[in-house]
Unconditional design. Structure first.
Length: 141
């Protein structure tokens, strides 16, 4: 009888631990999902309303270019880093555009159209401006 009680208690504890860990996992995933949604909305606002590249997108490349300049990096290295940053920012903008094409966060078809047109307009500016426009520009316009 004592063995049966022991194994039952152990099983209940195991199930309880499993349920606890699942609840923690679901909470973490929900927080991560909401942070991703919030980051996408903020990035879209910055791009469309402020006509700037989101700081989080361009800052790593700006820092690398600044480090190269301080350490007497060659113009080719600076150019390569700038082009890589430009390509990355365009890729992220394309992903953001795809996100809002499929997202249910937009309240109407008209709002979606305005948002997507704004993102496309900024993409055209970024392409035309080159990496200096996207990565180095002070106001990122």
């Amino acid at each position: 009888m004592d063995a049966l009680l022991f194994w039952t208690a152990l099983w209940v504890a195991g199930v309880g631990l499993f349920v606890y860990l699942m609840i923690k996992l679901v909470r973490r995933l929900a927080i991560r999902f909401s942070q991703g949604v919030e980051a996408n909305v903020r990035a879209a606002e910055t791009i469309v309303n402020d006509e700037r590249v989101p700081e989080a997108w361009a800052a790593p490349y700006r820092q690398r270019i600044e480090t190269l300049r301080l350490n007497f990096g060659t113009e080719a290295e600076i150019e390569r880093t700038g082009r890589r940053g430009h390509k990355d920012c365009l890729h992220r903008l394309d992903q953001l555009t795809q996100y809002f094409e499929k997202s249910d966060l937009v309240d109407s078809a008209e709002s979606r159209h305005v948002l997507l047109k704004g993102l496309q307009r900024q993409r055209a500016r970024w392409v035309a401006g080159g990496w200096q426009y996207v990565i180095e520009s002070d106001d990122h316009r």
